[in-house]
Design a binder for this molecule. Structure first.
Ligand SMILES: *Cc1c(COP(=O)(O)O)cnc(C)c1O
Length: 490
């Protein structure tokens, strides 16, 4: 092998012309800010054109290309066809809006390129500080532990793993599931998010042993059914591992009776996990503070900062009440990660002792900067604003002759449909699906859909700091208009 010639002409990935690159980067940042500042003038959604799909099929380029050209391609084919969740008229799924400051924070975090897992460097301390702020928000004690992860799914799965290991006194780490002589069971309502069910499968419980408890009229877990199922399982020799409470179900924003679930968990020594992906943040508001107080009693809670804290993707959080259990679940000390008395390896306890992941980005920076910039009271105000908007939208729907609510609003999710007594359920379902698709295709608004008790409904999950009252007024007007239009054409 002759590598000598290579070393005569060493290369790197930095720009050849820093000034040109800097100017180009400034243009790119300006246009990112233009997009955010003027987003309300853009369509909330538009179909991705064939030209973009063609671009995305090209093979890996062998030779390089000027950044300005690449950026032109991006501006033409990629940038305009956004999903829309930065837009004030977006209420589909549960997707946060993002903030301009977070864009810059992400850029700075990339410039630092810190791998926030081990070592004595600033990002380790800021990451920890953000976790401490999350504990404060949820009323967890300072001794609790936590981790910023990619989102609610990872946060839920992490909580379940810790709970499972706690139940097996961590022997599972050496012996695996098979050595655990009892079949463990998990309890959650039928309205529980699919990622939690996936989590139960991933940790080796098996979907047959995830007991999906039926719900009440308001889509919260039926506690009597929970008690019955639990008693029967105990009688039959199963080992109840965890009860998962929803604080804000994905379909309707329903809140399970967390006081009752907490009491049952404590009485039976069962891990109490909460999926509070978006709803847990309502704990910040005076209206929901008391109802959500029992969050403080949970063993683990998962919630997202990229939903109702309006951060750009990705950032979620899991908190674990018992730090020792958390560490004993994930702690490992390989020789290449050894802590030292001084130097780079003298930092805090490496974070991979608390996580599935080893390498982690500095996603804490955007959270840190935005919370400092606005203060947490501002976030509380925006969360309240979204709740107020949901109730306002509900009132508009109830006041209209043509629309009906499918379930009363409990927090920030609104499920409604166009209704006409001459139509049967199937026709209503088809009509409402058509209305939803037209709302999106005409770039009026982007709600999404769900099915509740067999009824197709148009669903708005409001976690958007840019929406205004007028946006919801127009949504109602246009839903009615499109519905009538379709009926007339039939
Ligand atoms: C969004 C959501 C999840 C999943 O969170 P991701 O951040 O998308 O992984 C889990 N549970 C509920 C209730 C959700 O709304």
């Amino acid at each position: 092998m002759d590598f000598n010639s290579i070393l005569k002409e060493e290369q790197n990935l930095d720009p050849q012309n820093w000034e040109e690159s800097r100017a180009q980067a400034h243009r790119m940042l300006d246009e990112a800010f233009d997009l955010m500042q003027n987003v309300h003038k853009h369509p909330v959604w538009q179909k991705v054109p064939d030209s973009t799909k063609e671009l995305a099929k090209k093979n890996i380029p062998k030779e390089g290309q000027a950044l300005s050209e690449i950026y032109d391609e991006f501006s033409k084919h990629i940038f305009p066809y956004v999903k829309g969740n930065i837009h004030p008229r977006f209420w589909a799924y549960v997707q946060g809006t993002g903030t301009p400051t977070a864009v810059v924070a992400d850029m700075l975090a990339s410039a630092m390129n810190s791998n926030v897992t081990i070592g004595e460097h600033s990002a380790m301390y800021i990451d920890e500080q953000v976790i401490n702020w999350c504990k404060e928000m949820m009323g967890f004690a300072p001794e609790a532990s936590g981790m910023l992860v990619s989102g609610g799914s990872m946060a839920n799965i992490t909580g379940l793993i810790v709970g499972r290991n706690f139940k097996t006194n961590s022997t599972i780490r050496q012996k695996g599931m098979k050595a655990h002589n009892k079949q463990m069971t998990i309890y959650c309502s039928t309205e529980t998010h699919s990622c939690v069910l996936k989590g139960g499968e991933i940790i080796g419980i098996g979907s047959d042993f995830i007991r999906k408890i039926e719900v009440n009229k308001d889509f919260s877990m039926n506690i009597e059914k929970l008690k019955e199922t639990l008693a029967l399982d105990i009688e039959n020799g199963y080992e109840p591992m965890c009860i998962i409470a929803n604080v804000g179900t994905v379909n309707t924003g329903a809140i399970d009776d967390i006081d009752a679930i907490n009491a049952i968990c404590k009485a039976h020594d069962i891990w109490f996990h909460i999926d509070g992906a978006f709803g847990a943040l309502a704990k910040l508001t005076p209206e929901y503070k008391d109802k959500l107080k029992a969050i403080e009693q949970s063993d683990s809670i998962a919630f997202d900062l990229h939903k109702w804290m309006y951060m750009p993707y990705e950032v979620g959080c899991v908190l674990i009440r018992n730090k020792d259990v958390h560490r004993s679940t994930f702690g490992l000390n390989p020789s290449y990660l050894m802590a030292h008395e001084k130097g780079l390896a003298a930092g805090p306890d490496p974070l991979n002792n608390y996580a599935i992941e080893l390498s982690r980005g500095f996603k804490a920076l955007k959270v840190w900067m935005c919370i400092k910039e606005h203060g947490y009271a501002k976030f509380r105000g925006l969360i309240r604003q979204n709740i107020a908007q949901a109730f306002y939208l509900e009132s508009l729907i109830r006041d209209s002759k043509e629309l009906e609510m499918i379930v009363p609003v409990t927090m920030n999710v609104v499920c409604y449909r166009f209704y006409d007594s001459i139509l049967d359920e199937e026709q209503l379902n088809n009509l409402n699906k058509e209305i939803l698709m037209e709302l999106q295709e005409r770039a009026i608004a982007s709600p999404s859909s769900t099915i509740l008790n067999g009824k197709y409904c148009i669903r708005c999950a409001i976690v958007n700091h840019r929406s205004t009252k007028a946006d919801f007024e127009d949504l109602v007007k246009q839903s009615i208009g499109i519905g009538k239009e379709i009926l007339k054409d039939q």
